[in-house]
Ligand binder design. Structure first.
Ligand SMILES: C[S@@+](CC[C@H](N)C(=O)[O-])C[C@H]1O[C@@H](n2cnc3c(N)ncnc32)[C@H](O)[C@@H]1O
Length: 323
């Protein structure tokens, strides 16, 4: 390989590893979420998000901030600012739906750009997003209702939570309305095939208690999960042309994600939030190093254990409003 090409391959690999480290640092006690974020970020890198851009269901904004090249200090992670931990295991409370004055992500590298707007139905998440100084506007909104934006006001829209919206047809029609002709809508959507990578077929034998421990109520949050052709019919009906459809999460990724640390996360978080800062930092550093090595090779969109490629469980669609 020519030395200039080799050097550029090395620098792309090292930038990618640094991004993975940032995701693992932020989500360390749920490493399976960190690699899913990395897959999303890598897929999204192929899509130019022209300004003004809206990030719908932005949550705490950490994903989009890190995707844009922002960097957060090693002591920051999303598990510092959680609440209701005692209730999470008992009755499925959302530990992230909480914010207090201690939530102060320390930025050590500004992202390459800022986003015009972020929305979410949870005001606590938007308070956290505001702490990043990454969004010009943050708008609390439930996407089951018409979007609070003018017609043709965004050049680009990104959303990785469309399948959380019950009134999906109305939501997609609204995306079409707020996007300028020729603009870009990038949606990362899960497919119902994700259900194949659970022990669903043994559910009766496993029982409700087992199922609740392993999966909680997460499938209940995805009322409009469907197969690929249904997504494409929905986009068509809402007036979109599909410019690209890139599968980027395999069944093997879904297996690993399903066996992740979710059931024990509340206990791990409580333990780590109750040790001295220096010990927490030491353990976290070793943990992040370890998971960088473990997850790096898995962060390929075609990583699959089977010889015949299994169906994807998440696809990135790049859409544009039809004229
Ligand atoms: C898996 S999180 C993704 C958050 C963020 N985009 C990210 O990548 O970290 C899904 C987000 O969708 C939001 N959400 C769920 N239903 C919603 C709705 N009907 N309207 C607006 N936001 C919603 C949740 O509050 C949550 O922040």
């Amino acid at each position: 390989m020519h030395p200039v090409v080799a050097e550029s391959v090395r620098s792309i690999a090292s930038a990618s590893r640094e991004k993975l480290r940032q995701f693992i640092n932020a989500y360390w006690l749920r490493p399976e979420n960190a690699f899913w974020m990395m897959l999303r970020s890598d897929a999204l890198s192929a899509v130019p998000l022209a300004a003004p851009c809206a990030d719908l269901s932005c949550g705490d904004g950490i994903f989009s901030f890190l995707h844009a090249g922002g960097r957060l200090a090693p002591e920051f992670d999303v598990f510092r600012g959680v609440g209701n931990l005692e209730r999470v295991t008992a009755d499925g409370g959302d530990m992230f739906d909480h914010v207090d004055a201690s939530y102060q992500p320390r930025v050590i590298g500004r992202p390459k750009y800022r986003l015009h707007c972020g929305t979410d139905c949870k005001p606590t998440m938007l308070t956290k997003a505001a702490a990043l100084d990454f969004y010009e506007h943050l708008t609390p909104h439930d996407h089951n209702h018409p979007l609070p934006f003018e017609t043709d006001c965004f050049e680009s829209v990104y959303c990785n939570a469309a399948y959380w919206v019950e009134r999906i047809e109305q939501f997609l029609t609204e995306l079409h309305r707020i996007t300028v002709p020729g603009g870009t809508v990038a949606l990362q959507v899960k497919l119902d095939d994700i259900g194949r990578y659970t022990l669903e077929r043994h559910r009766e034998m496993l029982g409700d208690r087992w199922w609740g421990i392993m999966h909680g109520d997460r499938f209940d949050h995805w009322p409009t999960l469907c197969d690929r052709s249904t997504w494409e019919q929905r986009f068509e009906s809402a007036g979109f042309e599909i410019l690209a459809a890139i599968p980027f999460v395999t069944g093997t990724h879904a297996h690993i994600w399903n066996v992740g640390l979710r059931p024990i996360a509340p206990m791990l978080i409580r333990a780590m939030n109750n040790v001295h800062d220096h010990l927490r930092a030491e353990i976290k550093r070793d943990w992040v190093d370890l998971f960088c090595d473990l997850l790096d090779p898995l962060c390929r969109p075609d990583f699959d254990l089977t010889d015949s490629p299994t169906d994807a469980v998440e696809i990135q669609y790049v859409l544009t409003p039809r004229g």
